[in-house]
Design a binder for this molecule. Structure first.
Ligand SMILES: Cc1cc2nc3c(=O)[nH]c(=O)nc-3n(C[C@H](O)[C@H](O)[C@H](O)COP(=O)(O)OP(=O)(O)OC[C@H]3O[C@@H](n4cnc5c(N)ncnc54)[C@H](O)[C@@H]3O)c2cc1C
Length: 266
């Protein structure tokens, strides 16, 4: 979906087009942050099929097999200094008069945004679950380091109240995130994804924030070692900074939650 020009937080503002030509569509456009494009057997691209349609019915999704003429992976974009490789990469991709059969369209013409919403909801829950796993591991590392590192003979880092409070805050925030994520997942199961939309937005920015704070505290407890590759903390800190941006920036999700709260009070 995402394009270097306009489509980002506002994915309806797409430049990429897919023009129907008999039994085919001809796709033109430039995308970036196409995760896992390198080595993938196919790409899924969102492009405008009817610019005159209502805003959420303008675009459709297409499967474009790797090797299709006109489709290319231009480069892997370096993210926080790392180009990545294979599935752990984010590419710039180009579609130049790329012809695909009409059967490559996923769903109805104009269904691109509703399909994206269907995928993004469970995808966000999945990210949150992954982040909680990282947080739990970081808390364990923080605690073990606090117990084993001595500031002076017989005086463990864990004896410092500041460190104890970092551990306590992290524990409480992780548990809060876990329960919110469980509640959102249960809501999806019982009432469907649309009804759970606000809860999903809330867990997305809340858990991403917990992740960033827990990792930061864990690194601080490790001192210089926390910045090295002796532990996974530095990797996570750099790699997961994107959590507050991808699949919707914090601010977009906070807007959803705030609008819902305000609506309920009117
Ligand atoms: C690691 C990574 C992997 C990604 N993988 C994919 C992928 O596979 N496929 C794909 O399509 N995209 C992918 N993306 C792109 C991601 O979805 C976009 O970065 C995201 O939608 C934000 O768009 P943008 O970067 O253009 O930021 P912009 O739209 O330029 O927004 C910039 C900033 O403006 C602020 N902002 C935006 N909207 C609002 C608002 N309504 N109110 C207040 N503030 C606001 C936010 O702080 C935001 O961070 C990936 C991004 C990253 C970092």
């Amino acid at each position: 979906m995402t394009e270097p020009g306009r489509a980002g937080s506002n994915p309806t503002w797409l430049d990429a087009t897919a023009i129907r030509d008999g039994d085919h569509y001809v796709i033109n456009g430039r995308k970036w942050f196409t995760s896992s494009a390198e080595g993938a057997a196919f790409a899924i691209v969102m492009a405008v099929t009817n610019a005159a349609a209502p805003i959420h019915q303008r675009a459709s999704m297409f499967i474009v097999p790797a090797g299709t003429a006109g489709y290319s992976v231009v480069r892997n974009i370096k993210v926080m200094g790392e180009a990545g490789e294979d599935w752990a990469s984010h590419a710039e991709t180009l579609f130049e008069d790329c012809r695909v059969p009409a059967s490559a369209r996923i769903g109805e013409e104009g269904a691109g945004f509703s399909l994206a919403q269907e995928r993004l909801g469970p995808g966000r829950i999945h990210h949150c679950m992954r982040w909680i796993g990282i947080c739990s591991r970081a808390l364990e590392l923080m605690g073990r380091r606090a117990l084993s590192r001595e500031l002076a003979p017989g005086q463990a880092l864990a004896s410092q109240q500041t460190v104890q409070h970092w551990i306590a805050d992290s524990y409480a925030e992780i548990e809060a995130a876990r329960l919110l994520v469980l509640d959102a997942a249960r809501s999806v199961e019982l009432r469907g994804q649309r009804a759970a939309r606000v809860k999903i937005s809330a867990i997305k920015y809340f858990t991403a924030g917990v992740l960033q704070r827990v990792l930061d505290r864990a690194i601080q407890v490790h001192g210089a070692m926390g910045l090295t590759d002796e532990t996974p903390l530095a990797y996570w800190f750099a790699h997961e900074r994107g959590a507050r941006i991808y699949d919707g920036a914090d601010e977009s999700h906070k807007n959803v939650v705030a609008r819902d709260v305000l609506r309920s009070l009117q």
